[in-house]
Write a protein that binds this ligand. Structure first.
Ligand SMILES: [Zn+2]
Length: 133
């Protein structure tokens, strides 16, 4: 149900061709910012390394990963400007990994009526395909 392609965040554009099975698309660097834009990162966010607070509008880096055969990306770690690794150090078999950078934005969940921090203005910094060894 929540595995839909380009779904799960309020401001995402629909996929250009909804007939395509999402998992079969080459998930390189093209769709990833779109997939992760609007991804909620909680009511507050802080750097995984130095624990400094990430506020609205701050530059943020995120490590995200996706298992093979899943269309859903998970943001695992957030970093501040100073702490982000510039590259993915060791790729993981069967998991696609990426480091993106952007800014902290907000989204409002219409059902819960909560405003949460989310990722916006994303650019892919590094990318590791699932067959990386
Ligand atoms: Zn930090």
């Amino acid at each position: 149900m929540d595995e839909g392609f380009c779904r799960g965040a309020g401001r995402l554009m629909p996929p250009s061709n909804p007939q395509d099975p999402a998992a079969e698309l080459p998930l390189g660097t093209t769709c990833l910012p779109q997939l992760l834009t609007g991804q909620a990162i909680g009511e507050t966010a802080s750097c995984s390394m130095c624990d400094s607070k990430l506020d609205l509008g701050d530059v943020v880096f995120a490590y995200a990963c996706r298992r093979v055969n899943r269309s859903h990306w998970t943001v695992r770690r957030l970093y501040c400007w100073g702490c982000c690794p510039s590259r993915i150090e060791s790729g993981t078999l069967s998991i696609t990994e990426a480091i993106v950078s952007g800014r902290v934005g907000t989204r409002t969940d219409p059902t819960a009526r909560e405003t949460k921090l989310c990722l916006t203005e994303l650019v892919v910094r590094d990318y590791s395909p699932p067959d990386h060894k």
